[in-house]
Design a protein around this ligand. Sequence first.
Ligand code: IPE
Ligand code: IPE
Ligand code: MG
Length: 269
Amino acid sequence: GSRQAVHCQGSRADVGVTSGGQSIIFRSKPQTMSAASVPRHIAVVMDGNGRWAQKRFLPRVAGHKQGVEAVRTLIRAGSERGVEALTVFAFSSENWQRPADEVSFLMDLFLRALREEVQKLHSNGVRFRVVGDVSAFPAETRLLIAEAEALTEANTRLCLNVAVNYGGRWDIEQAVAKAAAAGDASAFARWLSFAGQPDPDLFIRTGGERRVSNFMLWQLAYTELYFSDILWPDFDEAELARALAWYASRERRFGKTGEQVRELSATPG
Ligand code: IPE
Ligand code: IPE
Ligand code: MG
C-alpha cells in the first residue's frame, strides 16, 4: 500500500505535542472505528523465559533461545494485524545483576540476532531500532547496531524497537542531563529515547507478574496494561489475538468522562 512512513519517524520537535493522547505524527491517518481498535504501538515485557526452561529441566538460557522464536511470531502476526510499532524489552539495566554466564549468553544472543536476523527484517520491510544505553556494548556491537538502523531506516511496514540495556529511569535521567546541557530543561522529553514515536497503546507482559519493572515509565502514562500468565517462549498468535481483543474492548478516556469520549467518537470527522 501507500502507507506513509509515520510510525518511527517524527522529528524530536514532535514530542509532547499531542491531542487527545494521539501523537501528532499520526494526524494524517483517518481514525475509523476499526483502525482505532488496533493498537498502533505495542510494548512487550517478554518475561518467563527462565521458568519456561526450568519447567523442562533445561538451563535458564534455553528459555532465552526459545524466546527468540516467540519474537518472530510477534513481529509476523503483529504486522499482519496492522500494528505499526513494537517495542520489546530484551535486557534491562538491572539484568546485569544476573549470573555472569546468563548475561554473556544474552549478549551473544543479541549479537547473533544482529548478524543473522537483520537482513530478514529488512526484506520484510521492518525498521529496526535499538533503544537503551549502547555505550556499555563493545565497539563491534555498536557498529552492527548503527549499520542495522541505517539499512532499515526507510522501511515502513513495521517499526521494531529492541530495548537493550534499557531502563525507564535511565532514559529519564539521560534526557534530563542532555536537556540541562542544552540549557532547555523544560523540554526534556525531546531527549528521551522514544522521542518522535507515539506512546504505546497496549502493554503486554507475559510470565504472570503484574509489574512494569522499569520499562517505558514516561511513555506508559495512558497505555492499556495487559498481563498474561503465559511464559514468553509459549507466546503465540492466539495469545496476541486475546490481547488485541481485550484492547479493543477498552474505553480510553485520557482524563475525560466516558460520555465525552462516546460523544466524540459518534461525531463524524
Ligand atoms: C525474561 O525472562 C527475559 C529477560 C529478562 C532477559 P526471565 O529470564 O526473566 O525469565 P523468568 O522471569 O526468570 O522466568
Ligand atoms: C523484565 O523482566 C526485563 C525484561 C523482560 C528484559 P525481569 O524478569 O528482569 O523483571 P523482574 O526482575 O521480575 O521485575
Ligand atoms: Mg523474569
